[in-house]
Design a protein around this ligand. Structure first.
Ligand SMILES: [Cu+2]
Length: 166
């Protein structure tokens, strides 16, 4: 399945979006994320987030074992500090309220990703400001339902959904 027409726009993410706090496992994760634009995939899922604190999709379905390219776009206009968005897909059984609460304490320097809870994450995009987009590639896990959410403070109640793996 060719979706190469989307690849070029991914390069438009400003360098600022790539700043992460220093921590032992960050460089590896960052390198993997950078590669996503060139990585092969079986299916692409496009999600958007807006200034009304809404994803355009509250659910999507993928097949277990397939390589999924998730492209997330912040289509809002408000500054990142006031209305940043990300997509964090949690492992099966992780409580999203617990995760979102820990994310608030992580703060903006960590892009609202709590270091102690990183093991709960199946896949995550960067926190994006207005007009930015980011693609990640991951392998769809075992069948089941997986919560995804935006970890920007106060958003997850409105910005969350379920990835169903068949
Ligand atoms: Cu958000």
């Amino acid at each position: 399945m060719k979706r190469s027409h989307r690849i070029l726009t991914i390069l438009a993410i400003p360098a600022m979006a790539f700043t992460f706090p220093a921590s032992a496992d960050e460089p590896k994760k960052e390198a993997a994320a950078e590669k996503a634009a060139d990585e092969a995939f079986d299916v692409e899922v496009v999600l958007t987030g807006n200034d009304q604190i809404q994803y355009d999709k509250k659910a999507f379905t993928v097949e277990s074992g397939k390589k999924v390219k998730l492209t997330f776009k912040n289509i809002g206009k408000l500054p990142k500090a006031a209305m940043g968005h990300n997509v964090v897909i949690l492992k099966k059984g992780v409580n999203k309220t617990t995760f979102a609460t820990a994310a608030i304490t992580a703060g903006p320097a960590a892009d609202y990703i709590p270091a102690a809870n990183k093991g709960d994450i199946l896949a995550a995009t960067k926190l994006l400001g207005p007009g930015e987009e980011h693609s990640i590639v991951f392998t769809a896990p075992a069948a089941g339902n997986y919560d995804y959410l935006c970890t920007f403070p106060g958003h997850f109640a409105l910005m969350s959904g379920v990835m169903t793996v068949k």
